[in-house]
Write a new protein. Sequence first.
Length: 250
Amino acid sequence: MYKSYGELSTAVYEKTKPIGSSINGDIPYYISRLQHVTSPILEPASGTGRMLFPLIDAGFQVVGVDTSKEMLDLCRSYATNNGYNPTLIQDDITTVQLHQKFGAIIVPTGSFSLLTSRELAKTALQNFYHHLEEGGKLILDIIAPGPIEDDRTVSHFHLSEETGIRMTSMLLSNNWIEQTFTKEIVYEKWTNGEKTDTELQTLAIRWYGVEEFRSFLNEVGFTNIVVSSDYTYQQPAHQGATSITFEATK
């Protein structure tokens, strides 16, 4: 019944976060932090290629991995239409096994926070560690803890003259002990005034404290951990920050 990212949610994602668009400055920040990397870069949860294609344009070789067929289909279509030929793999970031090592692994804009159990998150970090070269760097964002709105929201997205999507989002649960919250999102596609498709998505998010996540990285074996916030290098995490970025070395 529920999907993580299906056809309708992918269409809305591309409407709100088009390929190549920077979110709060994340793309230029990641490009600047990767300048020293000459080996291939792995982007787990690469999605539609929002960040992947700008990195390729900046001269990096990037391999993308995502679980969503719909996201990867859109990414491949964009690549074909614009002369790119990236390596794209449909797989789970916790279990994917690739026969190469990478100079860097990146997980921008909170995608890592979609791993809602600590066990899955640790498995993913161990997998990242395994796929890095010695001295390779992990750069990932986590969502900064903050107020969680429990209002029901409705948004509309115009796709064509005849077609649009109505998105309704509501909070299902907020567990401060487990440090997770879950939203249910309903996507309804309307064509010429008739509802033609519906998609249900549950979006579960896990948040971490800064020192908690630093310890988590240390447990896996990462060193030289640097914490930044709001895509300003070494700016300490602070109340009101929207994103927290960790860099760590194998």
